[in-house]
Design a binder for this molecule. Structure first.
Ligand SMILES: NC(=O)c1ccc[n+]([C@@H]2O[C@H](COP(=O)([O-])OP(=O)(O)OC[C@H]3O[C@@H](n4cnc5c(N)ncnc54)[C@H](OP(=O)(O)O)[C@@H]3O)[C@@H](O)[C@H]2O)c1
Length: 294
């Protein structure tokens, strides 16, 4: 299958590149990478022209404007990258009879009520990033009934040094002996990027379409509890982190952010499970695999 991949320099795109780009493990994908230079998602007309000029069977789109404050400062750009270009991708895929795998986020939920959210639960973004990603989901689904929209959260996995995850930052700061002040009142579920690639493989093979939550199993974690569990795991695996100093703070007191964050956005991979496509492992089990290759 000829696969076209955007966002290959990112956390999730990098996982597709390393797993599908590796001929040994590529599971039948002939992968072509699309860089920002080939196809700038801030220019939907250029995206249309570029996509019409290449042949592919599946387009995988993890590229996005992901900086929350960046989206607040440039909402028009965020709308173009996160919503208008995905709509164009869905249009061209429909024209060509190709599949689109588009990625979205747990930030489409308002996060007002606790508990893990299933695909059918009500959405309602509270910030520009979430609103543009939600608009992207809707544009993709409305344009191409066969498209897949995969919502993911709190990614970790091998990545470039300038795109480290919370897990990596926590371990680096712990090794440096820093005191870490981490938010204890905002919740989601960490997810291993390599597991997401595997689930997408399964979804494509099953000809699945619509919205799927692709996340590992486990109860909602805060940034603090996530860090505590990762440090304990690393120590159990023999990493000498020294005296780990993690302190809880609240979103309100932290004062890190200019843009609003939703509180309870942990997702449940309900469709993966109920359709018997996959039964995601606990995120700590996946984190153990990651720590062993890190
Ligand atoms: N990271 C998370 O924890 C998380 C949580 C929830 C949802 N998600 C969703 O998961 C997906 C992947 O996220 P990620 O963390 O892998 O993102 P990321 O690390 O921030 O990478 C974003 C990718 O998008 C590309 N990109 C950005 N603007 C572009 C443009 N105008 N034209 C072309 N390419 C552009 C970047 O390319 P450059 O290298 O050229 O900048 C980069 O490859 C996104 O849809 C995101 O919304 C992520």
């Amino acid at each position: 299958m000829r696969a076209l991949l955007t966002g290959s320099t990112g956390r999730l795109g990098g996982a597709f590149l390393s797993l599908w780009g590796d001929k040994e493990q590529a599971a039948g994908y002939d992968l072509q990478v699309v860089t920002r230079q080939d196809c700038d998602l801030s220019r939907p007309d250029d995206v249309r022209r570029f996509l019409r000029s290449v042949d592919f069977d599946v387009l995988v789109n993890p590229a996005a404007m992901t900086g929350i404050e960046q989206c607040l400062d440039a909402p028009g750009l965020a709308q173009a990258v996160n919503a208008e270009s995905p709509r164009v991708m869905a249009e061209v895929c429909r024209e060509k009879g190709a599949r689109l795998v588009h990625f979205s986020t747990d930030y489409v939920f308002s996060g007002e009520s606790a508990g893990r959210k299933a695909e059918g639960d009500p959405v309602g973004a509270v910030n520009v990033y979430g609103a543009t990603k939600l608009a992207g989901e809707r544009a993709v689904i409305d344009t191409s009934a066969g498209a897949l929209v995969c919502r993911v959260s709190w990614l970790f996995g091998p990545t470039a040094p300038d795109r480290l995850s919370h897990l990596d930052h926590v371990l680096e700061r712990a090794l440096a002996g820093e005191i870490q002040h981490l938010i204890a009142d905002k919740y989601s579920v960490p997810t291993f990027t390599h597991d997401i690639v595997e689930w997408v493989d399964v979804l494509l093979a099953a000809n699945a379409s619509g919205v799927y939550h692709l996340c590992n199993a486990g109860e909602p974690e805060s940034w603090l509890s996530y860090a505590q569990k990762v440090c304990a795991l690393a120590q159990r695996l023999g990493r000498n982190l020294g005296d780990v100093r993690l302190c809880g703070t609240s979103l309100e007191d932290a004062g890190f952010f200019r843009e609003k964050r939703p509180i309870h956005t942990a997702m449940l991979p309900a469709r993966l499970q109920s359709e018997d496509l996959a039964h995601p492992r606990h995120w700590l089990e996946a984190a153990e695999v990651y720590l062993k290759i890190r």
